[in-house]
Write a protein that binds this ligand. Structure first.
Ligand code: PZK
Length: 286
């Protein structure tokens, strides 16, 4: 079927194809980005790790909300998905204060209209998880928006529904991650509507590319936290004196191998499944 597929678009590290009118093929490459720049060196297995994790979480959360996953292909990096009408907002849930949430808090004391306690420090846990939607920027960075701006884009009722579902999904996955020694600091979810107007979870879910995973044993609020998966890469790239503009530096073999191992470790820790078994039979995560 992929020989008749039409290329619909490219993400930084993924490709999207259409086939069969109502089906899409989402393919995760082994490309890696850091500081928003795709590096010239690939991380073997990264695409399979992200695809397997996402499929695992779709299955684990299928009782909370239907999702777009139809089939996982034997290459372990391609998923067949239902074609949906995507909502024009990114559904972000934050349990901790990082990234643009931290920046907004420092500037205004609020994130997306949520007034937060005074005196929080970077990476602090929030009193409770908050829903912080963002616009989907075609180029550049997504912009955080408040409830009113998001409801203008999707409607009040739909807003309430995606807020409730996003929080329920975050709670479910963050509790499981916490029990495994991993902090799920925040996550970005995307929803679409099926032909009957029902909400469906789409895109990728609870992968290291769509979420911040922090090792719990190194968690120390008061500054940025090391990333579970990309810290080696970030540290090595900055150590070269790189100015964070494209093109990024090529990675040496030890950084590639260490990063590859971190991705495989994240897969095994979160799913409890040996990565080698996934490679032999991807459907094992379903
Ligand atoms: C959809 N993207 C993001 C862009 C990628 C991914 N089930 C769906 N139905 C319709 N559209 C999409 C999806 C999903 N998922 C996802 N854009 C549209 C995107 C570029 C490359 F891999």
């Amino acid at each position: 079927m992929s020989d008749t597929a039409t290329h619909l678009g490219s993400g930084k590290v993924r490709e999207l194809y259409a086939f069969d009118d109502d089906k899409l093929l989402l393919v995760a490459s082994d490309r890696i980005s850091t500081f928003d720049v795709v590096l010239p060196t690939e991380i073997p297995d990264k695409g399979r790790v992200l695809t397997g994790l996402s499929a695992f979480w779709f299955r684990q959360t299928s009782g909370l909300v239907p999702n777009h996953l139809l089939a996982l292909r034997s290459d372990g990096r391609s998923t067949e998905c239902r074609r949906l009408e995507m909502l024009p907002i990114e559904c972000v849930v934050r349990g901790y204060l990082a990234g643009s949430g931290w920046k907004d808090y420092v500037a205004t004391g609020e994130v997306c209209g949520h007034r937060l306690p005074a005196g929080l420090v970077e990476s602090d846990q929030l009193p409770e998880p908050i829903f912080t939607p963002a616009t989907k920027a075609q180029t550049g960075h997504d912009e955080n928006i408040d409830r009113a701006a998001a409801a203008d884009l999707v409607g009040e009722e739909r807003y309430d529904e995606v807020e409730r579902l996003s929080l329920a999904l975050y709670r479910t996955v963050s509790e499981r991650a916490a029990a495994l020694g991993i902090v799920l600091a925040d996550t970005k979810l995307e929803f679409g509507l099926d032909d009957d107007g029902r909400l469906v979870l789409a895109d990728e879910a609870f992968t290291p590319d769509s979420s911040r995973f922090w090792p719990a044993d190194e968690y120390a609020p008061g500054g940025p936290q090391p990333s579970f998966d990309k810290q080696f890469v970030r540290d090595w790239c900055l150590g070269t004196g790189w100015d964070r503009t494209a093109p990024g530096p090529a990675l040496p073999p030890d950084v590639v191998d260490g990063t590859r191992e971190r991705y495989r470790e994240a897969f095994e820790l979160l799913t409890g499944i040996p990565f080698s078994r996934y490679v032999g039979d991807p459907e094992i995560v379903l």
